[in-house]
Design a protein around this ligand. Structure first.
Ligand SMILES: C[S@@+](CC[C@H](N)C(=O)[O-])C[C@H]1O[C@@H](n2cnc3c(N)ncnc32)[C@H](O)[C@@H]1O
Length: 246
């Protein structure tokens, strides 16, 4: 299953212009991820890779803290990369599907925020990315795991409707790594605002076997949903070394 065929790239590419304004959750997670990396490095990393950089929240924060570092960003959505480049003029950008790319082991730090859950084999991808680190390098990533968007799932289940939520991985697939879980609960004025936010951030891709429901049923659902509508984002932060001993 390729990134392009799944239309994931297309959705993110279209979302690039409105992304920064709508992506407050993503911005918060990216900032926390970079903070974790900053705390763990006593000597500045010289080469950094930002995987699925989007508009550059991670790359920008890393560049602000380590202005001498050579930062490379890879993303499948060219419009996203364009914005990242504007934020960090010395950023080296690579357009493409990270699942189809190889890098030599030249990075002191690999960062990736809110990308891994979009990949078909998220555990294998993490192991693969670790191979791009120098011997003492470190990888920091944040992703959404099971339990995310549970409120939307419950709302749909009450009407026996297919929620279409993306199959977020379980935390267990990363057993053995240093992980930290964070449950963010965001209140949207209405469920419609939540759904709109997914779309404007490019994250509205449904599960592959999703059976969409009719406009009438959607209307009924929207009507009976609580206001404000709380939504859980179950975030897993992972720190992984180069070592393959896990
Ligand atoms: C939710 S956005 C996160 C962007 C950014 N890291 C942030 O924290 O705001 C996910 C990004 O990952 C990119 N992406 C997802 N799967 C990808 C893949 N297989 N190859 C390259 N980029 C991918 C998308 O194009 C999108 O820009």
């Amino acid at each position: 299953m390729s990134f392009a065929r799944d239309n994931i790239a297309r959705r993110f590419d279209r979302a690039a212009d409105g992304y920064d304004q709508a992506a407050s959750v993503q911005a918060q997670i990216a900032a926390q991820l970079v903070q974790k990396a900053i705390q763990s490095f006593s000597n500045p990393p010289r080469a950094i890779l930002d995987i699925g950089s989007g508009t550059g929240f991670v790359a920008e924060a890393a560049a602000a803290h380590w202005p001498q570092a050579q930062i490379t960003a890879i993303d499948g959505a060219p419009s996203m990369l364009k914005q990242a480049q504007q934020k960090v003029p010395h950023l080296q950008v690579i357009e493409g599907d990270v699942a189809q790319r190889e890098f030599d082991p030249v990075f002191d730090l690999v960062l990736s925020s809110m990308v891994l859950h979009w990949l078909p084999k998220p555990r294998e991808a993490l192991d693969h990315w670790r191979g791009w680190l120098k011997p003492k390098g470190k990888l920091f990533t944040a992703l959404l795991i099971e339990g995310s968007f549970q409120e939307w799932r419950d709302l749909c289940a009450a009407d026996e409707l297919d929620d279409g939520v993306w199959p977020f991985p379980s935390a267990e697939i990363y057993d053995g790594f240093a992980t930290e879980q964070q449950m963010l609960r965001i209140e949207y004025p209405t469920v419609r605002d939540f759904l709109k936010r997914l779309k404007t951030t490019g994250a509205s891709m449904p599960r592959r076997d999703h059976k969409p429901f009719s406009v009438a049923r959607m209307r009924r659902l929207l009507k009976r949903a609580p206001k404000p509508f709380p939504v859980s984002y179950n975030v897993l932060y992972i720190e992984a070394p180069k070592s393959t001993s896990i």
